[in-house]
Ligand binder design. Structure first.
Ligand code: PLP
Length: 376
């Protein structure tokens, strides 16, 4: 079988073998229920609590502020719903280019008449119009929840989390930042970051799927979200995903210790891909603020639309190259991408997102470019 080239790391990443090694005992011998009082249970409880402490230390938060969940989607649902139902936010301010985990939650709450909903304006390069955000906050008669993502998973644009947090503080708003694309990619110092909720998902940084975190700032008091047993300090019931939680902490530890080297390397891959595309394919266009405030792993490229290029995702797949048309959930074509639609009105383009990890190399990019030349 021909070797695959995987350049869709914003969708998910391969598991780091060191993470698997750390998880292995909890998939085999250490199978106890963390709530059991005998030794099998206690060793698993210890593993969960050590993981929580480790995650909190890396993000500079208190362990009591870290809740383990099933991933980014659940964490966003929990943060947004809790802000509306428990913290009195009757007006949600979000953007049209959020992940569906956010968009569908805010739409649900709005349709259910639990909160008003406003979308902040976007600048031509896809960044949030912060002046407009300030106006929306100022004009609102209700307590607001601002939910905006840190890095956009399709175009890579980075939000200035500090400025948004300060604006929220000024207007007494609750701030949820979807940090699924940045936890495990950038250092965090949550004690110095004006945010109430952030989330993370292990599979975006070489950890296992189906495990994430929700950070809830200690000054925010929300009610239990999943009802049942007393796990996660009564907030989210259900027997813990022990091996997943251990894997989350290990993946974060690795990402954090290798941040400088890995981010520099991955950025060099993105820049190389961009240069090679410009050199070899005419009419390429890059979506978002690609040379400015942008996630170092994501490159969103629009190619001129031709009968040939319309088949690009299909042809990439045939050539064993894994890339996506937008987010992972819109794998068929970029027509489905609400993000590209919101920021790029050119109907004569076909968009592909390439996203890189420490496991990619320059040779793979050369192969992708040589194949792409025949697909446009
Ligand atoms: N938010 C963003 C920005 C994402 O990229 C994703 C994953 O695609 C999610 C939320 C959902 O995370 P998960 O797959 O862990 O549910």
């Amino acid at each position: 079988m021909k070797e695959r080239i995987y350049v869709d790391n914003a969708a998910t990443t391969p598991l780091d073998p060191l993470v698997l090694e750390a998880m292995m005992p909890y998939l085999t011998t250490h199978f106890g229920n963390p709530s059991s009082i005998y030794s099998y249970g206690r060793e698993c409880r210890l593993a969960v609590e050590n993981a929580r402490k480790q995650v909190a230390k890396i993000l500079n938060a208190n362990p009591a502020e870290i809740f383990f969940t099933s991933g980014g989607t659940e964490s966003s649902n929990m943060a947004i719903t809790s802000a509306v139902r428990d913290l009195g936010c009757k007006h949600i301010i979000s953007s049209t280019i959020e992940h569906h985990a956010t968009l569908h939650t805010v739409e649900y709450l709005n349709n259910n008449k639990e909160a008003a909903l406003s979308y902040v304006k976007l600048l031509p390069n896809g960044h949030i119009d912060l002046a407009n955000l300030g106006e929306l906050l100022k004009e609102s008669n209700e307590k607001c929840l601002v939910t905006l993502m840190h890095a956009n998973n399709e175009i890579g644009n980075l939000l200035d989390i500090y400025t948004v947090g300060e604006l929220c503080k000024k207007y007494n708003a609750i701030f949820h930042c979807d940090t699924v694309q940045t936890v495990g990619h950038y250092p965090f110092n949550l004690k110095e970051t004006p945010v109430h909720f952030i989330n993370g998902s292990a599979h975006k940084f070489h950890g296992p799927k189906g495990v994430g975190i929700l950070y809830i700032n200690e000054n925010v008091k929300v009610k239990p979200y999943v009802h049942g047993g007393s796990q996660e300090r009564n907030m989210r019931a259900g027997t813990e995903n022990v091996y997943g939680i251990v894997g989350f902490a290990k993946a974060l530890e690795i990402a954090n210790s290798n941040y400088v080297a890995d981010s520099t390397y991955i950025k060099s891959l993105k820049l190389y891909m961009k240069e090679q595309l410009q050199k070899n394919i005419s009419g390429v266009y890059f979506n978002g603020d690609v040379s400015g405030s942008s996630l170092y792993a994501v490159l969103s490229v629009s190619f001129p639309k031709t009968t040939k290029s319309e088949m690009i995702l299909f042809n990439l797949d045939i050539n064993n190259i894994c890339a996506s048309g937008g987010s992972a959930c819109s794998s068929g074509s970029d027509q489905d991408s609400h993000v590209i639609r919101a920021i790029n009105s050119n109907q004569n383009q076909i968009t592909v997102r390439f996203s890189f990890s420490k496991f990619n190399n320059h040779k793979e990019i050369d192969i992708v470019i040589s194949k792409l030349k025949d697909m446009i």
